[in-house]
Write a protein that binds this ligand. Structure first.
Ligand SMILES: [Zn+2]
Ligand SMILES: [Zn+2]
Length: 383
């Protein structure tokens, strides 16, 4: 069975699809999950999402386990038989592995259905753009599977292979992308005074955004901002530019800090634009809330890891990266946790990264243990 899961993971790896375009991935999931005879199968959830529910014979809580399934616009730098066949697109965050883990959970639930309650396996699209989770939640089909608890894992290079990375409260940070578009007026490059070039304002905004020293939330600062793209006019020598833009990403460790920081950043950009007599349009995108872990969910993961004899690592501060699973923990009690991908494994989103196949059975086992902790143990005790 595990060989079948590795084969499945590698077939996804060979055929990666970008966020929101996971047609073949979604079809492959539907194809494979059908063999495990779920009691309820929902497709086209929030786009290309798939949810499979396995029900127990007695009533009880509904637990949703979520995996992501999208790949990234990164060229693969890997020489393996299953390397990506799509130029410029590859699975560099291990969502192929997360999907295979979830298929492993389906295989285990098919063999041993939950005694009570139910388990929903959600294969979520478009995680990398921060759109998938919220689209799933607002989809009317999601009402049929509203959960009592939600869980998700992410593989984490830099941590011992198979260790469980666990934290109460905020696990991963909030992030938001800002686009600042400045409009003045173009003119002949020999007569710049007849136009209104945004070049200087763009430089001032980059300076204001970047500051003199770069804060870092991984080092304990409340917020950080990274300028990711800057453009003024087009590449030429004949025209003084009439428009420009700056793209940046903001990160904070709480929602309140994000609201405050966003307002400050907007004010700074608008003030510079207005001092330079330029029109300023600001828009926000790629919104990821913080992932807030509930104590009960964290306890269930801790017991599950203990039952399997896994090492538990407990970081003191939230991770600086973001996960759109935060949209789920905003609405339902639950937790996101990490599974160590090995101390020498290349970083996520790097072109040499590959998901370690050893984590597939382990990931499926830990999810099953969590389900058992909550459905067979806690529910029972509460009754
Ligand atoms: Zn990623
Ligand atoms: Zn990821």
């Amino acid at each position: 069975m595990e060989r079948k899961l590795v084969k499945f993971r590698r077939s996804l790896h060979r055929n990666p699809e970008l966020s929101g375009r996971e047609d073949a991935t979604s079809a492959a999931i539907q194809d494979h999950i059908a063999a495990y005879l779920p009691d309820n199968l929902i497709t086209g959830l929030g786009g290309r999402g798939v949810a499979a529910e396995f029900k127990g014979s007695e009533s009880g809580s509904r637990i949703l386990l979520r995996c992501d399934m999208d790949a990234l616009p990164i060229n693969e730098d890997l020489d393996v038989p299953y390397s990506s066949v799509i130029a410029g697109v590859s699975h560099k965050c291990g969502h192929d592995g997360h999907t295979a883990i979830m298929m492993g959970v389906a295989a285990r639930l098919h063999e041993h259905p939950p005694a009570r309650g139910s388990v929903v396996l959600l294969f979520q699209p478009a995680e990398e753009t921060g759109e998938g989770a919220s689209r799933v939640i607002i989809d009317s089909k999601f009402k049929d599977i509203e959960p009592d608890f939600v869980f998700a894992l992410h593989n984490l290079p830099g941590f011992p292979l198979g260790s469980i990375v666990l934290k109460n409260g905020t696990f991963s940070s909030a992030s938001r992308g800002i686009t600042v578009e400045l409009t003045g007026a173009s003119s002949h490059a020999s007569e710049p005074q007849k136009g209104k070039s945004p070049a200087l304002a763009v430089a001032k905004i980059v300076e204001a955004f970047t500051g003199h020293s770069q804060p870092s939330i991984s080092k304990g600062d409340a917020s950080e901002l990274t300028v990711t793209h800057v453009r003024v006019g087009s590449e030429n020598y004949g025209t003084s530019p009439g428009e420009g833009c700056i793209l940046a990403v903001l990160r904070t460790r709480t929602t309140e800090e994000m609201m405050y920081f966003s307002r400050k950043v907007e004010e700074a950009a608008r003030a510079i634009a207005s001092n330079n007599k330029l029109d300023c349009r600001i828009s926000w995108t790629d919104e990821f809330p913080v992932t807030e872990n509930s104590p009960k969910a964290v306890n269930a993961i801790r017991s599950a890891a203990g039952n399997l004899g896994l090492i538990i690592v407990q970081p003191d501060t939230p991770f600086p990266w973001s996960e759109d699973f935060g949209h789920f923990t905003e609405k339902f009690p639950g937790a996101l946790f990490g599974i160590g991908a090995g101390t020498d494994t290349p970083a996520l989103h790097s072109s040499e990264y590959d998901f370690p196949d050893e984590l597939i059975p382990l990931g499926a086992d830990i999810f099953i243990e969590i389900v058992n902790e909550l459905l067979n143990f806690s529910d029972h005790i509460m009754k």
